[in-house]
Design a binder for this molecule. Structure first.
Ligand code: THG
Length: 367
């Protein structure tokens, strides 16, 4: 039994009642909302994402809506990734940085029209930032929260489930492309996306009063495919090499350190926030990089609330930012944010609560 004391500060997901009815047992907090993590059987929930189809309440992936004549201009000023060729109906994964080139967020940008964009954000308040920048630059754009909530279907059978509800056209959607549609009169946008590498879709619910109805439609449609509730899993996303903002990044991390350099276009206009700093960091070369860690030991030993020190020859060289048991690799794996002088293939020592654990560094992703 899971119980949250309701208050006006904690925004309910439109799917909250549904996930409680499904037997939610574990959750975390993200963007001022509850992010469901488990329904009591993490092992089964993991394999459902790898082999079947899993249904996620990811209403925490809130939208920062930019609307008005300067919406595109603001999106580009906020993002060091070139958005000039982004088409209507296309999404792009972008790092957002401050003036020092430090990562603030890593949303998917959805371009609905020249004057309408959504930033589908990770866990940090980007409305404050977007409004401040729009005002400082004198832009004609309204920044708002459109109260849209994504629900994800992830796993190799997700496409069949979504096609059975929406129609076969969803099979032709390219990665991060989306389309507005309706399900039983409920307004949604359907995108090929999701925080796993097992394939899937996100159904962005545009009418928050219809969460239970939408949840049940996909739950029913998924029954022949063995659908069940789940959530983004640390195990799958770590095996797959996805970055968790605020988990794998700290207050001085830049995109080059965490393998997001390919989403930075150094030749964007000079008015893009952080671009001068990013050019300088790129030229000097980043000091840290992100590698995988394969740890010794045959018992699950997840990371707690804090990063753990990584040493080589008795000297601190970096941090382990995440650690989880990999059911497919049958060992503990993690990410190292570590000095560029230390390379894949080398051995390091992680200072853990129970003692020192040897680990081998490797390139990401693991799988
Ligand atoms: N869905 C939606 N919004 C989101 C997330 C989501 N906002 C927050 C968070 N998740 C954003 N972070 C990511 C990180 C990685 C990916 C998606 C969202 C991702 N990356 C692929 C990769 O790194 O291999 C592909 C990137 C690419 O090639 O462009 O999928 O999950 N709505």
């Amino acid at each position: 039994m899971f119980f949250v004391f309701p208050n006006a500060r904690l925004i309910p997901s439109p799917f909250y009642k549904s996930v409680v009815a499904e037997g939610l047992t574990t959750a975390s907090i993200y963007n001022g909302m509850i992010l469901p993590a488990s329904f009591g059987d993490p092992e089964a929930e993991y394999w459902r994402i790898i082999e079947g189809v899993s249904q996620w309440d990811v209403g925490v992936e809130r939208q920062v809506q930019l609307k008005g004549p300067d919406a595109g201009k603001l999106a580009q000023i906020l993002s060091p990734r070139d958005l000039s060729k982004c088409k209507e109906g296309q999404g792009k994964y972008v790092p957002l940085c401050n003036h020092q080139g430090t990562l603030l967020n890593d949303p998917i940008v959805l371009k609905h029209a020249d004057d309408l964009f959504w930033l589908s954000i990770a866990d940090s308040d980007m409305w404050i930032w977007a409004r401040a920048i729009a005002a400082e630059r004198g832009l004609d754009v309204e920044v708002s929260d459109p109260k849209v909530a994504p629900m994800a279907l992830q796993g190799p059978k997700a496409e069949d489930v979504v096609a059975s509800v929406m129609g076969d056209w969803v099979r032709d959607l390219k990665y991060f492309w989306f389309k507005d549609s309706e399900v039983d009169g409920i307004p949604v946008a359907v995108q090929r996306s999701g925080w796993s590498k097992q394939g899937g879709f996100e159904i962005y619910l545009k009418d928050p009063a219809k969460g239970t109805q939408l949840w049940n439609i996909f739950k029913e449609a998924g029954k022949p495919y063995g659908i069940g509730p789940g959530g983004p899993t640390t195990a799958e996303r770590t095996e797959s090499g996805l970055v968790s903002l605020g988990g794998d990044t700290d207050s001085r991390t830049n995109p080059f350190e965490v393998r997001l350099g390919s989403y930075v276009n150094l030749d964007v206009d000079d008015d893009v926030i952080g671009i001068q700093a990013l050019r300088r960091i790129h030229e000097e070369g980043p000091k840290r990089h992100q590698l995988g860690l394969k740890l010794e030991g045959k018992e699950p030993a997840p990371l707690g609330f804090e990063w753990e020190n990584i040493e080589q020859n008795g000297k601190k060289v970096g941090d382990m930012t995440n650690c989880v048991w990999s059911p497919r690799m049958k060992q503990n794996i993690g990410y190292a944010l570590i000095s560029v002088e230390v390379q894949a293939g080398q051995e390091v020592q992680v200072k853990r609560e129970g003692g020192v654990v040897n680990a081998e560094l490797c390139e990401l992703p693991f799988l």
